[in-house]
Design a protein around this ligand. Sequence first.
Ligand SMILES: N[C@@H](CCC(=O)N[C@@H](CS)C(=O)NCC(=O)O)C(=O)O
Length: 110
Amino acid sequence: MPIYKLTYFNFRGKAELLRYLFAYMNTEYEDCRIEENDWPEHKSSYPFGKIPVLEIDGIVYYQSLAIGRYLARKAGLTGKTELDDLHIDAILDTIDDFVSRFPWYAEDKV
Ligand SMILES: N[C@@H](CCC(=O)N[C@@H](CS)C(=O)NCC(=O)O)C(=O)O
C-alpha cells in the first residue's frame, strides 16, 4: 500500500474533493494542513508555489484535478466508455470553474 500525504490549507477548498476520495476508498493518508499565516515560509517548497499536493511514497504530485482523476481511477469511479469519461471530465471542470470563482472569504466581492 503506498504512503499518501496530502498537503493543503486548513480549510476545504481544492483539497476537499481529494479528502472525499480517500474517504470513499477507505484509504489512510496523512492530512497535512498548513495554517495560512505560516504559508509564506512554505510556498517556495511547492511546485509553482501552489497547493494542494499529494505525495505518493515521497514523490510530489500537483494539480488537484489531475490528482482527483488519478484517485478516481484507482477507486473505479470511471465511465464505461471514453465518451462517458469525456462527460465526467466536462462536469468536473465546470464545477472547478465555479469553485474557483467562489468568494471564499466574507470580504471577497462576488
Ligand atoms: N490549478 C491548481 C490551483 C492551485 C491553487 O491555486 N492553490 C491555491 C489555493 S486554492 C494556492 O496554493 N494559493 C496560495 C498561493 O498562491 O500562494 C490546482 O487545482 O491544484
